[in-house]
Design a protein around this ligand. Structure first.
Ligand code: ATR
Length: 320
């Protein structure tokens, strides 16, 4: 079996000659859209860097990051940073936490701390790693772009699901000063764990986070301003998220982080009820901006042309 270090050598060889490079660490990683997104922006802005997939099996992340650091220090390999995807976001968070605890240089953002996960790594001015998480940023920026009239402050958010994506979105919504976040999940303990973890960081959040099971949905919908599906239900190959949105106020905004299909049954239902709704592909596109900005010095735009480029690669259309 190819080791992570073999992969790294291959990728470092591949990027030699470029002025700077970044990559995405994951396992598997071949399905990731990040190389397409960053490649598009590099071409769009006429930049000479590159962005590569870095496949890395579980258990080999620390070795790979150590080696990346060693090569950088000894020879300089032009690595500007990384994106991190499933299943390594928590591992990279732990790796950077341990380095910081051991007195080595490095830093983690507040959002990464609150989420317990890192999806973007870049270098600080002194060359040390900075671990951040842009998933929540991507969620907020997508809604700002696609539903510009929606104001987050003092709104009541309803989050379906309590996985990693939910955690990132909840932190971002609380940062935007929503009034409350209600987390409903099949496994209520996971919703409660998010609340406990966030309260450990900021005790005042106790009054703002409400946990429940999916069975409580009807009680909450009529009080909801923003309804977010973060479960995998509704995704191609998965069961549908069978819920009735009709108790939602007419002013509510509905969004789904599932983007395959682009128009999930949840969004179709929102459309039929004449509710504002936003699909999930923009979260993927916007979360990529932070890394690109730090690595390549340009804050890239999420344009209709980028959206169509990615949808085409995924064989998706606006109606599918
Ligand atoms: P991600 O990191 O993308 O958020 P995840 O951590 O696997 O993915 O979380 C998936 C979410 O979908 C969870 O909230 C999960 O509910 P449980 O915590 O109870 O597992 C939810 N989910 C997945 N399949 C589900 C199903 N059949 N019914 C209800 N919820 C489901």
């Amino acid at each position: 079996m190819q080791s992570a270090n073999d992969n790294l050598k291959t990728d470092i060889a591949f990027v030699q000659g470029h002025s700077g490079w970044a990559g995405i660490l994951g396992w598997p990683v071949h399905h990731s859209k990040s190389p397409l997104i960053h490649g598009y922006w590099l071409r769009e802005y006429g930049l000479s860097g590159t962005y590569v997939p870095l496949p890395c099996p579980e258990g080999q992340v620390s070795d790979l990051l150590d080696q990346l650091e060693y090569v950088q220090e000894s020879a300089g390999n032009g690595c500007r940073g990384l994106n991190v995807t499933v299943p390594h976001k928590e591992t990279v968070f732990d790796y950077l936490s341990q380095r910081i605890l051991a007195g080595k240089t490095g830093c983690l953002s507040t959002h990464a701390h609150m989420m317990g996960a890192v999806n973007t790594v870049y270098r600080q001015a002194d060359g040390s790693w900075f671990g951040d998480n842009s998933d929540g940023y991507g969620f907020i920026q997508n809604l700002r772009q696609m539903a510009p009239d929606f104001q987050f402050k003092d709104q009541k958010a309803l989050i379906l699901g309590a996985g990693g994506a939910a955690r990132a979105i909840i932190v971002a919504l609380l940062t935007e000063e929503v009034a409350t976040v209600t987390i409903l999940n099949r496994t209520i303990e996971k919703a409660e764990k998010i609340k406990t973890d966030l309260m450990a960081h900021t005790p005042a959040l106790a009054d703002k986070i409400i946990c429940g099971s999916m069975l409580d949905l009807e009680d909450h919908l009529s009080q909801t301003d923003l309804c977010v599906n973060t479960t995998s239900l509704g995704m191609t190959g998965q069961a549908e998220l069978n819920i009735d949105l009709s108790p939602l106020p007419k002013s509510a905004l509905v969004t789904d982080i599932v983007y395959n299909p682009l128009k999930t049954d949840l969004l179709r239902q929102a459309e039929a009820l004449d509710l504002a709704h936003v699909d999930g592909i923009g979260m993927l596109l916007h979360q990529a901006r932070l890394g690109f900005h730090h690595w390549f010095g340009t804050d890239p735009h999420v344009t209709p042309a980028l959206r169509q480029f990615i949808l085409k690669h995924m064989c998706l259309s606006e109606e599918s």
